[in-house]
Design a protein around this ligand. Structure first.
Ligand code: ES4
Ligand code: ZN
Length: 316
């Protein structure tokens, strides 16, 4: 199944920072790590919530300093994604996590886009960049970040919303998303991962997003499920992430089959593969679904992408 042509729609570039890379970048950037080796670091990859993961995810970013680091990380992801059959990737980047550490936004964007720009040629993967807003930071910080991104000369596909969900509802970012959409960005948001179904309603009605990232908690609200199904709003589900962050107890009890049964436009994605035990092919395999269902999920990922219809038809 790994070769099925597919799109990856929910992938945090910083979540592809593998332990080996963390040590290599720390060495060359003279950054002291609080772990002696890869094994000691890998032993910390046990999480009991989204926040417990985010603490390590942000700490490890201290090793990313130069445009070159961002380019290498992105290139390594693309090479691995090609092996997984990914033909199109719409990837998240968290600019605030880097600008807050004093890394110039231009270095981050140039590094990432230099690798994305050669992906088609090197790996046969078309790409788009989604700038994600950290919802646990202020709306002012989000607006400053959006303005900086819009005035840079990189091509950005969309705006997203991520980081610690509970207590940070979509309503906090209405103006930011309105401005992003007015400037031609596509809009998506994490909602209903740890947060309640009301956050999914808000993302749709207040932020006017075109896709929901995760969204697994929609099943708690029948009216919401009907809306998502009727409008065929894509849900970018990440099975291994959900298990590792204890959003669901185990893969056998993952709600994805029920979501498909309820006619939701579900896609399978890897979220933060360096942290959650696998890339997108591993997520497909982990579900233990029949081949025709896996084919359906791969087709859904193409349909749910922001590609134009011509390229969608080529990939389907
Ligand atoms: C994330 Cl799994 C997840 N949820 C929310 N925000 C994130 N940022 C990176 N991974
Ligand atoms: Zn995510």
């Amino acid at each position: 199944m790994s070769r099925l042509p597919k799109a990856e729609l929910h992938l945090h570039l910083e979540g592809t920072l593998e332990p080996e890379m963390i040590f290599r970048f720390a060495e060359r950037n003279s950054i002291r790590l609080p772990y002696v080796d890869v094994d000691e670091l890998a032993a910390r990859y046990r999480f009991d919530s989204l926040q417990s993961f985010l603490d390590l995810y942000y700490a490890n970013m201290a090793t990313l300093l130069t445009g070159e680091d961002f380019a290498e990380m992105t290139e390594a992801y693309l090479a691995r994604a090609a092996v997984a059959g990914v033909r199109h990737a719409e990837v998240f980047l968290d600019p605030q996590a880097h600008t807050a550490r004093g890394i110039p936004l231009d270095a981050v964007l140039e590094g990432v886009t230099s690798a994305l720009g050669t992906a088609e040629q090197r790996h046969g993967i078309s790409t788009g960049l989604i700038v994600a807003i950290l919802r646990d930071q202020s709306a002012e910080s989000a607006m400053t970040t959006l303005d900086a991104v819009l005035s840079s000369d990189v091509e950005v596909l969309g705006i997203g919303l991520d980081s610690a969900e509970v207590g940070h509802p979509p309503s906090k970012f209405v103006e930011v998303f309105a401005k992003a959409r007015a400037n031609g960005l596509r809009a998506v948001a994490h909602a209903g991962e740890e947060g309640p179904p009301s956050y999914i309603w808000e993302a749709l009605d207040l932020l006017q997003v075109e896709r929901i990232d995760h969204g697994v908690r929609c099943l708690e609200d029948d009216a919401l499920v009907h809306r998502l199904a009727a409008e065929q709003i894509p849900l970018t589900v990440c099975p291994l992430s959900n298990v590792r962050l204890q959003v669901v107890p185990d893969l056998g009890r993952h709600p994805l089959p029920e979501m498909l049964d309820r006619n939701l436009l579900v896609t399978v994605n890897s979220d933060d593969p360096a942290y959650f035990g696998g890339y997108v092919d591993d997520n497909y395999a982990a579900l233990s679904l029949p081949p025709e269902t896996l084919r359906q999920l791969a087709a859904n990922s193409i349909r749910a992408s922001f590609l134009d219809n011509t390229r969608k038809s080529d990939l389907l």
